[in-house]
Design a binder for this molecule. Structure first.
Ligand code: THU
Length: 149
């Protein structure tokens, strides 16, 4: 669920590195059914501004039983939690694909991103005109599901 963290700036170099890593991991996609190869790169929020950037990536992993497919965003988030534990927060996420197609995170991925986002999480994806679009999780999923406790 989004929490209020201090706003984070993202330098052009950090964004370029995320784009590079997302593109690189898309080459590992297992997509024999759709042939749509997707990569996602997460920049994790860190406690200290001086910490070096932690980037975790993931690609889509399809299945003959189509609904069991895992999207790139979900692979990346599962990897990030596995590597760094349950308190991770996403500072930025870049999603890209090798098919040169516009592609926003799907509905299920929006809910998954929401779980580990803050209000400042920056979400980048390829848009129709070939440029990169940016949104917040509130833009993409204004009425996310969450459990009240
Ligand atoms: N896919 C992703 O990995 N992320 C998205 O944001 C949209 C769709 C994958 C799932 C499937 O393997 C293929 O793209 C076609 O839907």
């Amino acid at each position: 669920m989004p929490t209020n963290n201090p706003p984070h700036d993202l330098s052009p170099a950090q964004l370029a590195e995320l784009q590079k890593r997302a593109l690189a991991v898309a080459h590992n996609a297992y997509a024999p059914y759709s042939h749509f190869r997707v990569g996602a790169a997460l920049l994790l929020a860190s406690a200290n501004e001086s910490d070096t950037d932690v980037i975790v990536t993931g690609c889509n992993v399809e299945n003959a039983s189509f609904r069991l497919t895992t999207c790139a965003e979900q692979s990346a988030i599962a990897a990030a939690v596995s590597l760094h534990g349950p308190t991770i927060r996403i500072r930025a996420i870049v999603v890209t694909n090798l098919n040169n197609l516009a592609c926003q995170p799907c509905g299920a991925c929006r809910q998954t991103i929401f779980e580990f986002s803050t209000h400042d999480t920056r979400i980048f994806f390829p848009s129709d005109d070939g440029t990169t679009s940016e949104a917040t999780i509130t833009n993409l999923l204004p009425a996310a599901f969450f459990l009240k406790n």
